[in-house]
Design a protein around this ligand. Structure first.
Ligand code: NAP
Ligand code: ZN
Length: 336
């Protein structure tokens, strides 16, 4: 099948129409006709080569929802005509200790859907079916697409670290990932605070589940909330004064960073030693957690706040995300 996509030919380039042929379906693969693909900030990092992957031509896109066109003869959990979604990861070794536990995102052989492989800014994609998930009927395709990467990435650490609904949770950066994190944290029953550089996001943040809203670009304001949080999830794509966020933690508090930054953290060791605090990172989620997250989102009416844009207007949409002028999630809509 010929697949029609959009690709960047070099770092920072506008995307241009690009076609390629699929090589026939392997027994463990699925071919999906894409209807929706979210624009995650990781796509911007890839297009701009912030991570020095240098993988061009680059067809971005890893928040994919569509309809199954064809399945290989070993595929049991998806059928032709059903909706399916694919996120950041599309392959792993399948037999290491992490893969055996459904934590394929920790496998040393993990492969990303749109790095060195054609991604989802296209009318179709062929991937190993293990990494394609049925979409619950309660979720629309547009609101489900950003759950596949953004939703999974915030659900996984929230689920891991929240062991008590009385915990006080902070979400820093209320964009694609952050606005989903507010919804999950609220649904887990936690007192939830949004940290945002954009004062105008307060009404939305409160509707999405924030009990409190803190304008975060003023360290004097942050200082008033010292030692108040058990868990802070940082989703910003840019570096900040991390020591100001460590100071916000209560004893045993955790600062978890999911923003994919190429910068270093400088923090005093004593600020962690006193009060047994931790800093950690987290990457996407394994397949078990993604399945659970989709079910949980459907049950709690959690989905992305999206604006849809035709795939033909991809460059304008990418620029809006790059410049921080997009709604919570821009989702490309593909006509089949
Ligand atoms: P996004 O939709 O662009 O939102 C980022 C938010 O960060 C903005 O809405 C803004 O929120 C805040 N922000 C603060 N300073 C900013 C700046 N200088 N430029 C842009 N935003 C700024 O991004 P996203 O899709 O949520 O992704 C966020 C980060 O997570 C990216 O680095 C992405 O690559 C990474 N990511 C990591 C994983 C993983 O596995 N760890 C998975 C997916 C994405 P306020 O207006 O509220 O301040
Ligand atoms: Zn992503």
């Amino acid at each position: 099948m010929q697949i029609n996509a959009y690709a960047a030919m070099k770092s920072g380039d506008a995307l241009t129409p690009f076609t390629y042929e699929t090589q026939g379906l392997a027994p463990d693969q699925v071919l999906i006709g894409i209807t929706h693909c979210g624009i995650c900030h990781s796509d911007i990092h890839l297009i701009d080569d912030d991570w020095k992957t240098g993988a061009y031509p680059l067809i971005p896109g890893h928040e994919i929802v569509g309809t199954v066109i064809e399945v290989g003869n070993q595929v049991k959990h998806l059928k032709k005509g059903e909706r399916a979604g694919v996120g950041w990861q599309c392959d792993s070794c399948g037999y290491c200790e992490w893969c055996m536990q459904g934590e394929e995102n920790l496998c040393s052989k993990q492969q990303a859907t749109c790095v060195g492989r054609p991604g989802g800014y296209a009318n179709a994609i062929c991937v190993p079916a293990h990494f394609a998930f049925p979409i619950p009927t309660a979720l629309s395709s547009a609101q489900a697409a950003p759950l596949l990467c953004g939703g999974a990435t915030v659900y996984s650490p929230l689920r891991r670290f929240i062991n008590n609904p009385a915990m006080r949770v902070g979400v820093m950066g209320i964009g694609g990932l952050g606005h989903l994190a507010l919804q999950f944290s609220h649904a887990f029953g936690c007192e939830t605070t949004a940290f945002s550089t954009s004062k105008n996001k307060e009404p939305d943040a409160r509707k999405l589940g924030a009990d409190h809203f803190i304008v975060s670009n003023d360290n004097a304001v942050l200082k008033k909330h010292q030692a108040s949080f058990d868990f802070i999830l940082a989703t910003t794509p840019k570096g900040v004064d991390w020591s100001a966020y460590i100071a916000l933690l209560r004893p045993k508090g955790v600062l978890c960073i999911v923003g994919a930054l190429e910068t270093n953290i400088t923090a005093s060791i004593m600020s962690l030693v006193d009060g047994r605090k931790s800093i950690c990172g987290s990457n996407i989620a394994g397949t078990q957690t993604i399945k659970e997250m989709l079910e949980f989102a459907a049950r709690h009416h959690i989905g992305a706040q999206v604006e849809t844009v035709p795939l033909t207007q991809v460059n304008e949409a990418v620029n809006r995300v790059r410049e921080g002028k997009s709604p919570y999630r821009l989702v490309l809509e593909v006509s089949q």
